[in-house]
Design a protein around this ligand. Structure first.
Ligand SMILES: Cc1cc2nc3c(=O)[nH]c(=O)nc-3n(C[C@H](O)[C@H](O)[C@H](O)COP(=O)(O)OP(=O)(O)OC[C@H]3O[C@@H](n4cnc5c(N)ncnc54)[C@H](O)[C@@H]3O)c2cc1C
Length: 314
């Protein structure tokens, strides 16, 4: 099947659905592909407490189902399935879904998100949502006055450790190398913070605990003659070793940063290709929050609408 559309939205997280609500209300008749994770990353958690409008918090899956219904109410054509090929070399752009259907579209809103990197330990899965987290801003609140560990030695790990140090009683940083890879200023801040203890040359072997994380098995100087195994008692284990944006499809076509996040222009969601917009975590190595993703989805739809008007395509 071949189909012409005005706006194609790729992704069904808060960015994609919000873009679809706005695009639908602007009569762009958007088509949205949900991908392998309908509802996006938030469907992997339980209750969201920081999305405005829900003073008692909201079940994350309910929130995403409601966003989907809201998008459909304004005419979005929400489809299961993924986009597998993208030719952005000329407009209309040509994208192909997993069933081989071709979509010719004047604008594309990419909202394919990003996934946190994990160490690959079985215990990370075992304790998912029970003490293991990849988002200090999301989950730090649950560890007030408790003890947590942050894994990683880069800028993000330092930022997460600093954030958690304002909430938790004690923060360990588990750092593989004998130094922090972070910028000088971040390094200093972390080193000088009295409730942060940096464990250099240290790897995590596993986690333990009955009804949640109660501690981590660590090894210092792994594989060296002075190798030493030891345990620490913690309530939370925070991964901060990076995120992988879902941008494989667009490599070589869109400008990406060194980690693969889509580069957008100034304060907009426009990319280096006119008519292609990026919203949410896929273009956001910094904030990675549901409400921020939703906000940028709204921006992308407004910008797509203005673009179509300017080109006389609406
Ligand atoms: C465990 C966990 C807890 C969190 N808790 C909170 C919280 O409490 N508060 C908060 O604000 N944020 C929280 N976050 C962060 C929040 O989930 C993200 O910031 C937000 O989901 C990003 O939205 P997004 O729309 O950019 O992308 P995502 O939610 O990542 O969605 C990406 C979408 O793109 C789709 N996709 C990918 N590739 C393709 C393709 N080729 N074709 C079609 N579709 C595709 C996927 O299927 C998915 O639907 C949490 C994240 C996690 C992992």
């Amino acid at each position: 099947m071949k189909q012409k559309v005005k706006t194609l939205i790729i992704g069904s997280g808060p960015a994609g659905y919000t873009a679809a609500i706005y695009a639908g209300r602007s009569s762009l008749e958007p088509v949205l592909y949900c991908g392998l994770q309908p509802g996006g990353q938030l469907t992997t958690t339980t209750v969201i407490e920081n999305f405005p409008g829900f003073p008692q918090g909201i079940d994350a899956n309910q929130l995403m189902t409601d966003m989907r219904e809201q998008a459909k109410r304004f005419g979005a054509d929400v489809r299961d399935g993924s986009i597998e090929k993208a030719d952005l070399s000329k407009r209309p752009f040509c994208l192909v879904d997993e069933r081989g259907n071709e979509l010719e579209t004047e604008t594309v809103i990419i909202a394919t998100g990003a996934s946190a990197k994990y160490l690959g330990l079985d215990d990370e899965k075992k304790y998912a949502g029970m003490g293991v987290s990849a988002c200090a801003t999301c989950d730090g609140f649950f560890y007030r006055k408790r003890t947590v560990a942050v894994v990683g030695g880069g800028d993000t790990a330092c930022e997460e450790a600093m954030y958690l140090s304002g909430l938790a009683k004690k923060v360990y940083m588990i750092v593989r190398k004998p130094y922090l890879r972070a910028a000088e200023i971040m390094r200093k801040r972390v080193e000088e913070k009295e409730n942060i203890e940096i464990l250099y040359n240290t790897n995590t072997l596993g986690l333990f605990g009955n009804d949640g994380v109660e501690g981590a098995h660590l090894v210092r100087f792994k594989g060296e003659p002075n190798e030493e195994k030891y345990d620490i008692a913690i309530d939370g284990f925070f991964l901060a070793i990076g995120h992988k944006p879902n941008t494989e499809l667009f490599k070589g076509q869109l400008d990406l940063d060194e980690q693969g996040f889509i580069l957008t222009r100034g304060n907009s969601t426009s990319t280096n290709i006119e008519g292609v917009f990026a919203a949410g975590d896929v273009a956001d190595p910094v904030y990675r929050q549901g409400v921020v993703a939703a906000g940028s989805g709204a921006k992308a739809a407004i910008e797509a609408d203005r673009f179509l008007q300017e080109k006389g395509l609406k």
